[in-house]
Design a protein around this ligand. Sequence first.
Ligand SMILES: NC(=O)c1ccc[n+]([C@@H]2O[C@H](COP(=O)([O-])OP(=O)(O)OC[C@H]3O[C@@H](n4cnc5c(N)ncnc54)[C@H](O)[C@@H]3O)[C@@H](O)[C@H]2O)c1
Length: 303
Amino acid sequence: MSRTDLAGKKIAITGGARGIGAATARLLADRGAAVAIGDIDAELAAETAAQISAATGARVHGLKVDVTDRVSFEQYLDAAESGLGGLDVLVNNAGIMPTGEFLDESDTVTDRQLDINVRGVITGSKLAGRRFAGRGRGHIVNIASVAGISAAPGVAVYCASKYAVVGLGAALHQELAPKGVTVTTIAPSFVNTELIAGLSPNWFVRQIGFIEPETVAAAIAEAIAGRRGGFRTVPKIGGVFLRALMPLPENLRNSIYGALGLQHVTLNSDESVRAAYRERTEKPTPAAEPEKQTGTRKTGTRS
Ligand SMILES: NC(=O)c1ccc[n+]([C@@H]2O[C@H](COP(=O)([O-])OP(=O)(O)OC[C@H]3O[C@@H](n4cnc5c(N)ncnc54)[C@H](O)[C@@H]3O)[C@@H](O)[C@H]2O)c1
């Protein structure tokens, strides 16, 4: 792919202030796309957008969005469209991964995961899908996880949320294709971001599924450039391994997970290392406050 293969594409990416979203925004900008980073952390979104814009010369906006708030999401898409002069792609990337035993998880934390990881992706797919279908063209990329095709203790609700994203994408891939809307579901394995702070991917995970955010960004860019719909894991080998185990009886599959030490990775996290991530992500979903939405702000912009 050349540095200009995405030239002219107008792309919105939620949760783009850091991690996989920021790496994706950077790569897309590098390849010539104009990008509207949306994040609940508006300050960091603006900072990240300014940095990417300065490094690449691309048009990059940093906007506020709370994906759990429909009004905020609609305003974000409006601001992205008016700032970029249209929208070709929405990447639903924002997500959180609280860890710990299911029986100890507060309802607040459960709701927060479902609100962001499931409702946010559904809302984004619906709002952008309507805009794209009306024009007969567009692309929705939803970020799921290998936790959406496998399961591990310590992240039960996170797994449930990602299974939902995988199911949603599989249905929309069929339903929206005739309307000219491509739907891609990307399922990364362990990615080196704050989301996995305090987790210790063991030797096996490091062999087949421990990657940098730039690797996920490359898979997203490839799907957008090629208008490739459907489901894919990143890296591919992680998906091949997990899918090879699928036909096995569940108890046998779990024994294999256990023998490979996979169940310990998510169940036994270092809480002292994870404290900052928890503090950032596990606050209750705030009541909708559309008047505080700053989606029309255009920071970090370079034309
Ligand atoms: N890191 C991994 O190992 C991994 C693996 C598989 C899938 N994923 C998925 O990739 C996506 C990105 O994860 P990451 O590792 O980059 O995490 P991250 O924590 O580094 O970044 C997530 C971003 O989403 C933003 N966000 C959170 N709640 C939001 C909300 N309500 N509205 C708007 N933005 C919000 C955060 O502020 C943050 O900037 C998530 O959907 C995650 O589940 C991550």
